[in-house]
Design a protein around this ligand. Sequence first.
Ligand code: NAD
Length: 337
Amino acid sequence: MDRIRFCLIGAGRAGTVHARNVAFNIKNAQLVAIVDNNKVVLRERGEELNVKNLYTNLDDALSSNELDAVIVVTPTFTHRDIVVKCAEAKLHIFCEKPMAIHVSEAEDMNSAADSNDVKLQIGFMRRFDTSFRRAKELIESGDLGEVMIIKSIGRGPGLPPPWTYNVSESNGLLGEVNSHDFDSTRWLVGSEYEKVYVEASNKKTKDIKKKHPDFYDNAVCTVKFKNDVIGTIDGTCPAGYGYDARTEIVMTGGLISIGETRAEAFFCCNEDGILTESTHDSWRNRFKDAYLEELKSFINSIIEDTTTLVTGEDGKAAVKVVVAANRSIKEGVPVEV
Ligand SMILES: NC(=O)c1ccc[n+]([C@@H]2O[C@H](COP(=O)([O-])OP(=O)(O)OC[C@H]3O[C@@H](n4cnc5c(N)ncnc54)[C@H](O)[C@@H]3O)[C@@H](O)[C@H]2O)c1
C-alpha cells in the first residue's frame, strides 16, 4: 500500500485543514471522498478540492468507494458512532480530539479499532509541533533533571461551537479547547493524572449562561500527576486577543518554555511610540506544520504497520481527566482521576 485513499468525514473548520493537507501537501495520500451532512459545505469543499465523490450519508460513501482510511472531523458527540462504523468497515481512522464526550464511548472506539485490526490516531497535533517535541526530548534526556511544575495555557480567540454550550452534554471549554493541554501535559510529564481541582467563571458570555447555566468561559485547573508533578492548566474562550497556546515546565535543573503569544518576531512603532505587534490569530496558523506532520505520521503507521504516535488510549486518558475536571467544577471539590 503506497498511496492511502482517504475519505474526509466532516468538512467544517478543522476538516478543511486536514482535507487540504491530504489533497495538496502529502504525496502518498489521496482525497477520494467527502461526507458532510450540510449540502452547501459539501459542494463548496468538493469544488475547492476537486473531489467528485460527495455524500451526505456515511454508509453511501463507505459502500461506493475503495478506501483505506478516514479522517473524522465532525462534532465530538458524533465521534463514537462514526469511528465504530468505520472500524467495522476495516478502515484506518484518524479522529479529531476530543476523542469522545464519555469514557465509555472512547472504550467502544478502542475496542472496535482493536477487534478490526485498524489503526486509530487522535488529533493531538501539539505532539508533532517542533517546540513541543524539543521539550519532550529534553525532558527525556534528563539533562535538566526532573519535572517539578508544569503550567499550560490554552485560549481560543472565538467561542466554541453552539453545541458545546450545554456543558453536561459536551464537556464545554475544558473538552473542546483544553483537552489539548490535558494531553500535552500528560505526555510531557510522562505520568497519568491523579487528581484535578477546577475553578470556573463566566465573564464574557452572560447571554449564553442565561440559557445554559453551567456554561463557563474561563477555567483554571490545579492538577497532580501520579509521579508527584504538580501543575496548572488554564483556558479562556473567547479570548478575543488571539489564539494562545503556551507551556512552561519548571525542572529541578532549569526551565523549559514553549510558545509565544506573539505570532512573529516583528513589530513596528510610529513617532508617538505606539507599538504594533501581532498575535496568532488561529490554531490553523500556530500549528500549521503540526497538522501536516500528524497526518504524515498516521500514514506512516499504516504503511509500516506500527502503532500510531497518539493512540486511542491517549485519547481516552484525556477524556477521563476532562470528565473529572467538569465534575470538580460542579461539586466544588478536588476529584480523583
Ligand atoms: N485539533 C484542533 O486543533 C481542532 C481544531 C478545531 C476543531 N477540532 C475538533 O474537530 C471536530 C470538528 O470541529 P470543527 O470546529 O471543525 O466543527 P465544524 O462545525 O466547523 O465542522 C463540523 C462539520 O461536520 C459536519 N457534520 C456534523 N455532523 C455530521 C455527521 N453526523 N456526519 C457528517 N458530517 C457531519 C457539519 O456539517 C460540519 O460541516 C471537533 O471534535 C473539534 O473539537 C480540533
